[in-house]
Design a protein around this ligand. Structure first.
Ligand SMILES: C[S@@+](CC[C@H](N)C(=O)[O-])C[C@H]1O[C@@H](n2cnc3c(N)ncnc32)[C@H](O)[C@@H]1O
Length: 264
């Protein structure tokens, strides 16, 4: 696995080893309906079209943006073990976790320490493009809206025609009341996911930790409908929110193939 030099980042919250540990051991494990989100992601991924001579292999080369410990990449590789992957993150503790978790695939992966809010990211990652699949999990929502839509445009340009983008993402609630329902739902899921025994926290303790998590302060959430509109305007097709429960959404689209090349 090769690594690029890290660019200066705009947000440092995910570089804190304590937050990374808390996220990987608690928040990610207690995330409501996480397996369904991955299943929906993989159904969209399976529809990627490319010029592959393998025919049955829609994923030859993928990008995981804001890879964390590599959970999305691992899901793609579990199904398509021959795929090559580029994983991008700017947090050393996360990159170290991804390297550990994906050791078995080390020869076909490139893990890049890059800040994708820095426009230079595009040229760095272009060297590994085009991708037939781009996935991202709970990462882009830390960017202001103009940067989010610029990243979606960059992803469009990095995709092969026929390739797909799937964002498993934290999006905004329509009203504060609905945000309250989401918070309660997440807290219940975190509470239920704990190991039982003397270490187990009460629901109130879980709720307190949830509300004061450092990464919450770095959230810049946008409605999924708005983000799907940006994707359509950029030129993606088959754009939809494929799955959503409160603030947890799976959405994306496909870069069109030139006319006449997309027929089976
Ligand atoms: C909530 S974690 C999600 C990790 C993983 N994708 C998952 O689904 O569990 C967000 C990840 O995005 C990364 N990230 C956030 N902003 C980033 C940026 N500007 N450039 C690179 N990585 C970023 C963080 O370091 C962190 O690993």
């Amino acid at each position: 696995m090769a690594a690029d030099a890290a660019a200066e980042s705009t947000s440092s919250v995910w570089k804190d080893p304590g937050l990374v540990k808390q996220y990987l051991l608690q928040a990610r494990k207690g995330l409501p309906l996480a397996q369904i989100q991955l299943d929906v992601m993989m159904r969209v991924v399976a529809g990627a079209k490319n010029a592959s001579e393998l025919g049955e292999q829609p994923v030859r080369n993928f990008l995981d943006l804001g890879c964390g410990d590599g959970i999305l990449a691992a899901t793609v590789l579990d199904r398509y073990p021959q795929a090559r992957g580029t994983l991008v993150d700017f947090s050393m503790p996360m990159i170290q976790a991804a390297v550990r978790n994906l050791q078995a695939f080390s020869k076909s992966l490139h893990i890049s320490s890059v800040d994708y809010s820095d426009p230079a990211w595009f040229d760095i990652i272009s060297a590994h493009a085009p991708f037939d699949v781009v996935v991202s999990g709970f990462s882009i929502h830390h960017q202001p809206d103009p940067v989010k839509s610029q990243i979606y445009l960059d992803i469009f340009d990095l995709l092969e025609p026929g390739g797909v983008f799937v964002n498993v993402e934290h999006v905004s609630s329509a009203t504060p009341y609905i945000e309250g329902l989401y918070d309660d739902y997440f807290i219940d899921s975190l509470w239920a996911s704990q190991l039982t025994g003397s270490e187990a926290q009460t629901r109130d303790q879980v709720a307190m930790d949830y509300r004061k998590r450092e990464d919450k302060k770095a959230n810049l959430l946008a409605p999924v409908e708005l983000q799907c509109d940006w994707l359509r305007r950029i030129g993606f097709e088959d754009v939809d929110c494929y799955f959503k429960v409160f603030e947890l959404a799976v959405f994306g689209g496909r870069r069109p193939q030139p006319r006449g090349e997309d027929e089976d």
